[in-house]
Write a protein that binds this ligand. Structure first.
Ligand code: NAP
Length: 278
């Protein structure tokens, strides 16, 4: 008899992660016997933990804050997407080698495709607020869909410069806080800063410069409707919350570890929404 497969989320801290709920939902819906567990691993222990992943009985896992860059340096092989980002959030074994991918790009794109179909049709200019880890994945996704200009506004200018070095001249630096001129002609606005998240200051910016057909989305998903999304909706703009990005980024990992491709269903979304509301 084959042993049930085990995967895990590796982070520090990791107790608030909703990934076990997501993968647990899929395991149950497929009637699979596997498990998806939490592993709180400190930064100094990460490399040894990943090297010993198979010996601990895991077929792979997710890697989250603060380990995504360190995991990039530890895996044996990386996908092109992970290479482009310098960060890994999903690991698995192939022929005894530990592979690393970054599925945040897929998560971001699939969420917009699902909730705002056509968002990238003829997309010329996009504005990204923030220049951290989420921003890198989101810039990669927008670039992949053919945007001609991606304006990045971030409090710390050096981080924007790093994105320009990574992704080239499609990325341009914009002032922080963003001005009406930055928004003029943009088809997409994405918040990737942690502003607006529960417990953090809000993101109160004037959206008057955005065209009426612009789509506004937030990487923050606690709360589901951030101040930014509420302001955008009040202006009649199309809005997409960040929860779908979290749900969709989980799909490729589950498929690699458990051999079945899961689907982001309304039931899964409702389950996680209820947890966020608690
Ligand atoms: P990160 O690498 O730490 O980046 C944080 C960003 O927020 C930086 O651009 C930082 O600016 C900015 N920021 C923080 N405090 C600020 C303030 N007081 N004023 C102005 N800017 C401020 O974090 P991350 O991993 O990119 O995550 C960012 C957010 O995205 C988090 O809320 C996270 O939960 C969310 N996220 C969601 C998903 C999803 O699946 N939906 C995936 C990944 C991340 P500086 O560079 O100036 O510090």
């Amino acid at each position: 008899m084959t042993k049930p497969r085990r995967a895990c989320i590796i982070g520090h801290p990791v107790k608030h992660s909703r990934s076990p709920m997501i993968h647990g939902f899929w395991l149950k819906s497929f009637g699979l016997e596997g498990s998806y567990e939490r592993e709180d691993v400190t930064p100094d222990a990460l490399e040894a933990f990943l090297r010993g992943l198979a010996a601990r009985g895991y077929v792979g896992g997710n890697v989250t804050i603060p380990h995504k860059e360190a995991a990039f340096g530890t895996v044996d092989r990386r996908t092109a997407r992970a290479e482009a980002l310098g960060a890994v959030n999903t690991v698995w074994f192939e022929d005894g080698l530990l592979w690393g991918d970054n599925t945040d790009v897929t998560g971001f794109l699939a969420n917009l495709d699902d909730r705002a179909p056509g968002w990238d049709d003829g997309l010329d200019k996009a504005v990204v607020l923030g220049a951290g880890g989420a921003a890198a994945a989101i810039v990669a996704g927008i670039k992949e869909r053919g945007a001609k200009r991606i304006l990045v506004a971030n409090r710390t200018a050096e981080k924007t410069e790093a994105l320009i070095r990574r992704f080239g001249s499609v990325v341009e630096a914009a002032a922080w806080p963003p001005s009406a001129a930055t928004f003029a002609g943009a088809g997409l606005l994405v918040n990737t800063t942690s502003l607006g998240m529960d417990g953090k200051p809000g993101l109160d910016i004037d959206l008057a410069g955005l065209p009426a057909q612009a789509v506004v989305t937030d990487a923050v998903y606690v709360p589901l409707e951030t101040e930014l999304l509420a302001n955008a909706a009040a202006r009649g703009l199309r809005t997409v919350d960040g929860l779908g990005m979290l749900l969709h980024q989980a799909v490729p990992g589950f498929e690699r570890w458990f051999g079945r491709r899961p689907v982001v269903t309304p039931e899964l979304r409702a389950l996680v929404e209820a947890d966020i509301g608690r």
